[in-house]
Design a protein around this ligand. Structure first.
Ligand SMILES: N[C@@H](CCC(=O)N[C@@H](CS)C(=O)NCC(=O)O)C(=O)O
Length: 223
C-alpha cells in the first residue's frame, strides 16, 4: 500500500509536502476531505475519521506510511526531507534552516488569520487585509535580505524549507499580485523552483491542486 497524505481538498498547509513528494517522485495517495456547503460547512467527512486513523494528536495534514503515522505539517515535511536528503548539512545551513522554518510558520499563520478573519477572530476581513497589505513589502524585504544571492534559502542546496518558502510566497503572489516584483532574488528563486524538472512536470499534471488555497469558510480562499 502506498503511503497516504490526508488533508482538505485545498492547498493550505499540505502544499509544501505535496511539492516535496512530487519533486522526489515518491509514490503516495492523496486522501482529500471536503467540508460541506454553506452555511454549516460541515467537517463531518474529516471528523468521522479523525480519531480512527491511529494518529498521535489527531489532526490534518497527516501522513501514514505503514507503521509510521505523522501529524504536524512541519514534522511530515522534515521526515520526508530526511528520507530524501533534503536537509541542511553544515551548522550554518542548519541554523538558517531552523530560523527560516519558524519564521515561515509565523508568516503562514499571520496570513491564515487574515484569510479566515471572520471565522477565527470575528475580525473584519477588509480592514485586516488592508492592514496586512501595508506591512507586506517590509516582510518580503526581510526574506529577500535573508536569501541574498543564494540559489536556495539555506545555501547552495535545495532543502525542505525551500518548499515552505516557495508555497507561502506563491500564495502571496495570488493574494497581492505583483508583490514580489521589487525583489529580484525572490522572483528568481520562484522561477528556479518552478524550473526544477519534476516540479515543472507536477505543476503541468492533473494531480496538481492549484486552488483553492484555503477552505470554503475562509474570507479569502484564492479561487
Ligand atoms: N500546526 C498544525 C496545524 C494543523 C491544522 O490547523 N489543521 C487544520 C487545517 S489547516 C484542520 O482542519 N485540522 C483538523 C482538526 O483540527 O481536526 C500543522 O502544521 O499541521
Amino acid at each position: 500500500m502506498p503511503p497516504v497524505l490526508g488533508y482538505w481538498k485545498q492547498r493550505g498547509l499540505a502544499q509544501p509536502i505535496r511539492l516535496l513528494l512530487n519533486y522526489v517522485e515518491e509514490e503516495y495517495e492523496e486522501k482529500y476531505y471536503e467540508s460541506g456547503p454553506a452555511p454549516d460547512f460541515s467537517r463531518e467527512s474529516w471528523l468521522s475519521e479523525k480519531f480512527k486513523l491511529g494518529l498521535p494528536f489527531p489532526n490534518n495534514p497527516y501522513w501514514i506510511d505503514g507503521d509510521i503515522a505523522i501529524v504536524q505539517s512541519h514534522a511530515i515535511l522534515k521526515h520526508l526531507g530526511r528520507k530524501h536528503n533534503l536537509c541542511p548539512t553544515t551548522e550554518q545551513e542548519k541554523i538558517r534552516c531552523d530560523i527560516l522554518e519558524h519564521q515561515l510558520d509565523d508568516f503562514v499563520w499571520a496570513f491564515i488569520y487574515v484569510c479566515y478573519a471572520k471565522k477565527l477572530s470575528n475580525w473584519d476581513y477588509a480592514e485586516k487585509r488592508s492592514e496586512y497589505l501595508s506591512k507586506l513589502p517590509d516582510m518580503l524585504k526581510e526574506y529577500s535580505e535573508f536569501l541574498e544571492d543564494r540559489p536556495w534559502f539555506t545555501g547552495k542546496n535545495l532543502t525542505y524549507v525551500d518548499f515552505l518558502a516557495y508555497d507561502i510566497l506563491d500564495m502571496h503572489r495570488v493574494f497581492a499580485p505583483g508583490c514580489l516584483d521589487d525583489f529580484k532574488n525572490l522572483v528568481d528563486f520562484m522561477a528556479n523552483f518552478e524550473a526544477l524538472p519534476t516540479i515543472k512536470k507536477y505543476m503541468q499534471s492533473d494531480r496538481f491542486l492549484k486552488k483553492p488555497i484555503w477552505n470554503k469558510y475562509a474570507d479569502w480562499r484564492g479561487d
